[in-house]
Design a protein around this ligand. Structure first.
Ligand code: SF4
Length: 215
């Protein structure tokens, strides 16, 4: 594949610590070594958690508002700075890292100027193939995503609670504010329908890690 003109990652300001560590210690130095510009793209709305908390809201499974606002739009805005504007013309191609085990996430772009391409699907690579390939290069990866993402499994919630109490408390505060603003709602950040303040043990036995976020 040709060398990309730009590598861009959205920064919701709520990304898990392991991802930011990998970014700073591996990805950014690698991009420098390969002479590829790298951009971390933040939303003009600020941090995702702060934004939702100030609106008494939470990211909700199935709506994808958070992905659009804090991932897709910031990246497209940054790409615009590189390619400019051209009404009705295809001027940028975005490679997305969707693997064969999540090929249902492959979709056409909703705008002409910014088209999607899926190199890992073209190469027939699964998530495990990618993990193995990186491990052979000495790179260990963890699933990325916001620390309070409603798509994460019970295991992942438990890890946040045990290893990052500050982030766990932020997630609790976000959910508390949501239920305070919307006392009639029953479902919070856990996809099993229970509240974060309820025990996580049974939920942690669930093993979904398919990833529901678009980028
Ligand atoms: S990782 Fe989760 S919370 Fe963060 S933008 Fe994606 S779907 Fe929303």
């Amino acid at each position: 594949m040709p060398k990309p003109d730009l590598v861009a990652m959205s920064d919701t300001m709520a990304e898990k610590p392991a991802t930011m560590k990998l970014l700073n210690e591996v990805l950014i130095p690698l991009m420098k070594e390969m002479d590829i510009p790298f951009e971390l793209c933040t939303s003009h709305l600020g941090g995702l958690v702060e934004y939702y908390q100030s609106h008494g809201a939470i990211p909700i499974i199935g709506t994808r508002h958070c992905t659009a606002k804090f991932k897709i739009r910031p990246i497209r805005r940054k790409v615009r700075e590189y390619v400019g504007n051209a009404r009705g013309k295809h001027i940028a191609t975005c490679w997305l890292g969707i693997t064969t085990d999540e090929d249902h996430r492959e979709s056409e772009s909703d705008v002409i100027w910014f088209q999607n391409r899926y190199p890992l699907l073209e190469l027939g690579l699964s998530r495990q193939d990618c993990i193995d390939s990186l491990a052979r290069r000495g790179i260990v990866v963890e699933k990325s995503g916001c620390y309070m993402c409603p798509y994460q499994s019970g295991d992942e919630w438990l890890k946040i609670k045990e290893e990052f109490p500050d982030l766990w408390n932020n997630a609790i505060a976000l959910e508390d504010e949501y239920f305070k603003t919307h006392p009639g709602r029953w479902k919070g950040l856990r996809y099993d329908g229970k509240r974060l303040r309820e025990p996580l043990t049974d939920f942690a036995k669930s093993k979904c890690s398919s990833g529901g976020c678009f980028i």
